[in-house]
Design a protein around this ligand. Structure first.
Ligand SMILES: *Cc1c(COP(=O)(O)O)cnc(C)c1O
Length: 412
C-alpha cells in the first residue's frame, strides 16, 4: 500500500463514478522530483528525458525547465516531441531507424544521432550528404558493451552485456570510428559514445557501468588519436515497485558522477532516464465493480484493467495500490464484500492475465470502493493494448498543486 498525497486523494474522491477509471498526474510533484534530480547532478552532467517512458505533452512540458533535452526513439516520437516542446534539443536513438525517419530527423535538425549499426551509419552518412550537406551531424554510436562482472545482475531489463539486437558489437568499434573519421561521410562528426545497457539498476551499479563505459570510450579514442567529447551512459535508474515510497539514490549517483567527471576533464557526461523521472507522478484510479469468491480465493474485478495499465502484466509484478473506501452503496441488494484478508485485483478483460495485483492485503474491500494504483506515470497507459475488448479509454487529469520549483544546478 502506498501513501497518497492529500491533494491526489481528494481529487480521486471528487471524481464522479462515471469518470472512472482515470489517470491522474500530479505535475507539481513531477516538477519537484525533477528539480531534486537536477540538483543532485553535477553541473557538467546533462540530463535528457527518454520520452518513451511517458510522452504526454503536459508531462514533457512539466519537465521542460529541468532537462537539457529529450531522447526520442522513433519518427513518431521525434515529430510529437518537436511539436510539444519546440526549440528543445532532441537526441534520436532506437534500433531499426528507417530512411524516412532519418530524413525527418535531419530536416528537424536533431542535435545527436545515436547510431545502432554499421548499415545505419552508412544510411545516415548518405542521407546527410544529400539532405543537409552543409550541416555537421553529431554522431554517438551506441555500443553493447561487456561491463564489470555482476553489475547488471540486478537489472530488470537488460539491453546490453549479452547478445541483444541493441547497439553495435564492440568488435565493430574500429570500423565505425574509421567510417566516422575518414572522408567517406564528411558531414558526420564522431561526438562520443552511447551505451544504455540495462534498466532497473541502483546507483552503485549504475556508477560501475558508467566508469567502465567511459574507460572503454577513452581507450577507443586513444587508439584512433581522436577526442571524444561526450559519453551518454543511458537511463535505467531503478524504480522499486515493491517499495513505492523508496527513490533511486540520486544524491549518491550525482556524487559518483562528479568523481567520474573529475577524472575526465573536458568530457561531457549525459544521462537519459525515463522511468525514474515520471513513474511517481501518475496514478491509475478506478473502482471495484464486483467481488468474487472462487475455489477458496477471492477476486476483486475493477473497472478497467491491464488494457489501460499494462505495467504489472509486462513486468510480472503487483502494481502498488491504495484502497479509498466509499460508504455509499446505491442498490437494495447486498454489497459484494471480501471475506478473506487477501485478495487479487483483476480487470475486465476475458483473460487470466488481466491481473493488476495478486493476493494483496485488502481486508473488507467492497464493490464501490475506489483503488488508486501508484507508480503509474511511466510505461503505463502508453504501453497498453487499449483496443483489446473495445472498452472505453480512461479519463486523463493533470493536476497543478502549487508553483513549480526553480531549476537549480549543482555547480561543483
Ligand atoms: C528506454 C531507454 C531509456 C530510458 O530507460 P528507463 O529505464 O526508462 O530509464 C534510455 N535510453 C535508451 C536508449 C532507451 O532505450
Amino acid at each position: 500500500m502506498t501513501a497518497l498525497t492529500p491533494a491526489v486523494r481528494d481529487r480521486i474522491l471528487s471524481l464522479p463514478s462515471t469518470e472512472l477509471p482515470s489517470y491522474i498526474y500530479d505535475l507539481t510533484a513531477l516538477g519537484e522530483h525533477a528539480a531534486s534530480v537536477r540538483a543532485a547532478l553535477p553541473e557538467r552532467v546533462e540530463l535528457y528525458y527518454a520520452a518513451k517512458a511517458n510522452p504526454e505533452p503536459a508531462i514533457l512540458a512539466a519537465l521542460g525547465s529541468y532537462v537539457d533535452g529529450y531522447e526520442v526513439s522513433s519518427g513518431g516520437e521525434l515529430t510529437h516531441v518537436a511539436k510539444a516542446m519546440p526549440g528543445h534539443p532532441l537526441a534520436f536513438g532506437g534500433p531499426g531507424k528507417t530512411s524516412a525517419e532519418i530524413t525527418a530527423a535531419l530536416k528537424q535538425g536533431v542535435e545527436r544521432f545515436h547510431v545502432e549499426s554499421v548499415h545505419e551509419l552508412h544510411m545516415l552518412g548518405d542521407l546527410a550528404g544529400r539532405i543537409t550537406p552543409d550541416t555537421p551531424v553529431a554522431v554517438l554510436p551506441r555500443f553493447n558493451l561487456a561491463v564489470p562482472d555482476g553489475s547488471l545482475a540486478g537489472s530488470s531489463l537488460t539491453m546490453g552485456g549479452r547478445p541483444t539486437p541493441f547497439g553495435l558489437d564492440p568488435c565493430q568499434a574500429d570500423t565505425v570510428i574509421r567510417l566516422l573519421t575518414d572522408d567517406t561521410y564528411p558531414q558526420l562528426e564522431p561526438r562520443g559514445i552511447h551505451a544504455h545497457l540495462a534498466s532497473g539498476l541502483e546507483a552503485p551499479e549504475q556508477l560501475a557501468v558508467a566508469a567502465s563505459v567511459v574507460t572503454w570510450a577513452e581507450e577507443l579514442a586513444g587508439r584512433h588519436g581522436i577526442r571524444l567529447a561526450e559519453v551518454n551512459i543511458g537511463g535505467g535508474m531503478n524504480v522499486d515497485y515493491t517499495r513505492p515510497t523508496r527513490r533511486f539514490d540520486w544524491v549518491a549517483y550525482g556524487a559518483g558522477l562528479a568523481r567520474l567527471a573529475d577524472r575526465h576533464p573536458g568530457l561531457t557526461l549525459r544521462i537519459e532516464p525515463g522511468r525514474a523521472l515520471t513513474a511517481y507522478c501518475g496514478w491509475y484510479t478506478t473502482e471495484v465493480l464486483d467481488i468474487k469468491h472462487s475455489h477458496g480465493e477471492e477476486f476483486a474485478v475493477v473497472h478497467g484493467g491491464t488494457h489501460h495499465l499494462r505495467t504489472p502484466a509486462t513486468k510480472g509484478h503487483d502494481q502498488p495500490c491504495s484502497v479509498l473506501p466509499v460508504q455509499h452503496w446505491p442498490h437494495p441488494w447486498p454489497r459484494p464484500r471480501a471475506r478473506h484478508d487477501r485478495i487479487t485485483l483483476t480487470g475486465q478483460l476475458c483473460t487470466p492475465k488481466d491481473v493488476l495485483a495478486r493476493d494483496i492485503p485488502a481486508a473488507g474491500l467492497r464493490a464501490g470502493d475506489r483503488v488508486a494504483f501508484s507508480l503509474a506515470g511511466a510505461y503505463a497507459w502508453n504501453i497498453s493494448h487499449h483496443d483489446f475488448l473495445m472498452h472505453p479509454q480512461p479519463g486523463f487529469h493533470f493536476m497543478n498543486t502549487g508553483p513549480a520549483p526553480e531549476a537549480e544546478r549543482n555547480v561543483s
